[in-house]
Design a protein around this ligand. Structure first.
Ligand code: B12
Length: 371
């Protein structure tokens, strides 16, 4: 039984592609037991603030090299305040591009700490561990996303202490819950992001929640990196939460079921749940966790015999063969189709290229999900 790890969000500002510093710093933070939600580079202030609130992080770490840092950091502080989330600290660095004079001005504007060239990685991790570990109180009257985010953290904290959080009325789901699973690298996150684009474009009022998992060991840090792949999901109609598996095998976290129960009665039309990359034996969703299961596969699964060993092929409602622009796609589609006929169930098979805009396969999948 362990307390929940410290959670922070890191990002690189708009018009800035210098991500090598933050990638190194992220790894050190993770090594030192911190859960890092990484939002990626070229990110707007609004996206950073929204993500920090939804992920209920203690602090935002920004790595900025292309100038404009005084205004950018200050705007993050300003927008956090506006959204009632000013207890989320803002810190960061940018090597020699942020001068000591700049840092003093940023301090006056509410930035917590700037790290200069020459600071060691371990000093920065020590700072995070010392200053951002405090438990945060839930505020009365907090705005919707903030309140929901805090409740999800409470569920994760209870699970970390070995307690199951009470989730009354689990059967009173108001959302359709769709589970996405499949091996790592099959393109699950990109596919979900493309589906979200279709929801946002075709259904003007639909709200979506995404519960996305990445692996971690109990008491250790984790890189929660799915947001860095998500482009369309940076939208006020999307509530995304990244979860570390915190030592649980099988693709989900000990807190997933309760978090899902909460999300599914929080007014979202759809709740999408994405597992970590799973293996042959995984059946992550059990019986009642989701309404529809999508298995996403890569055409390069090896010999046809491998298909007999993937148990999800027996239970998935929809099997997506993604990356069908790859050479082996035609053979894969026909082999998987034959494998599915053995099950004698009404399973659908869809061929997609999720990285391609307006992919007709993703359109077909969208129809199957919203039908
Ligand atoms: C590597 C690098 C690149 C790589 C980037 C690779 C990548 N994927 O990141 C490449 C070659 C692609 C590149 C491209 C460009 N670069 Co460049 N680049 C650099 C360089 C050499 C190092 C930056 C770095 O990663 N440092 C390593 C980090 C770990 O160390 P540090 O910077 O000292 O940071 C310390 C602290 O600040 C702290 N820190 C930093 N970030 C964070 C974040 C958090 C959360 C925390 C806690 C701490 C922290 O960590 C370090 C601790 O010791 C700098 C010059 C320099 N020597 O700093 C120029 C530099 C940043 N680049 C510059 C420029 C101009 C460019 C280009 C515009 C060039 C061009 N004309 O194409 C492009 C733009 C790229 C883009 N798309 O945005 C300028 C910026 C000038 C300015 N803002 O006034 C610099 C300063 C070079 C210069 N002197 O002209 N660049």
């Amino acid at each position: 039984m362990m307390p929940s790890p410290i959670r922070i969000l890191t990002a690189v500002p708009i018009c800035d592609g210098h991500d090598s510093a933050i990638n190194t710093i992220n790894l050190e933070f993770i090594r030192r037991g911190i859960e890092v939600v990484y939002l990626g580079f070229h990110r707007y202030v609004g996206d950073i603030v929204r993500a920090a609130i939804q992920e209920d992080v203690a602090a935002i770490g920004i790595s900025s090299y292309n100038g404009g840092h005084i205004e950018f950091f200050a705007d993050v502080v300003r927008q956090l305040k506006k959204k009632g989330a000013d207890e989320i600290a803002v810190f960061g660095g940018g090597g020699g591009t942020i001068t000591h004079d700049d840092a003093r001005e940023m301090d006056r504007k509410g930035v917590d700490q700037i790290f200069f060239a020459g600071t060691s990685l371990s000093d920065m991790a020590d700072y995070v561990r010392k200053h951002y570990a405090k438990a945060r109180k839930r505020r009365a009257n907090s705005k919707a996303d903030l309140a929901l985010a805090r409740k999800l953290s409470e569920i994760e904290d209870a699970a970390a202490k070995g307690r199951k959080h009470r989730t009354p009325n689990t059967e009173r789901r108001t959302s359709k819950v769709i589970g996405f699973t499949g091996p790592g690298g099959a393109g699950k996150t990109t596919l979900i992001d493309e589906l979200v684009l279709r929801f946002l474009q075709r259904e003007p009022k639909t709200r979506i929640a995404i519960l996305s998992h990445d692996p971690s060991v109990i008491g250790e840090g984790a890189l929660l990196g799915d947001r860095a792949t998500m482009i369309n999901s940076q939208d006020d109609r999307v509530f995304m939460r990244s979860m570390a598996t915190r030592g649980q095998a099988g693709g989900l976290s000990p807190a997933t079921e309760s978090c899902l129960a909460l999300l599914a009665r929080s007014g979202f039309d759809y709740v999408i749940i994405e597992t970590v990359g799973t293996g042959q034996e995984a059946l992550p969703f059990g019986n009642k966790l989701v309404d529809q299961t999508v298995l996403v596969m890569n055409p390069d699964y090896g010999a046809r015999l491998q298909l007999q060993k993937i148990v999800m092929l027996d239970v998935a409602d929809i099997v997506v063969v993604n990356k069908t622009d790859l050479e082996r796609a035609k053979a894969a589609l026909s082999e998987i189709e034959q494998r599915l006929t053995q099950n004698k169930r009404k399973q659908q098979i869809v061929a997609t290229v999720a990285k391609r805009h307006r992919d007709p396969g993703v359109d077909e999948l969208f129809e199957l999900i919203t039908r």
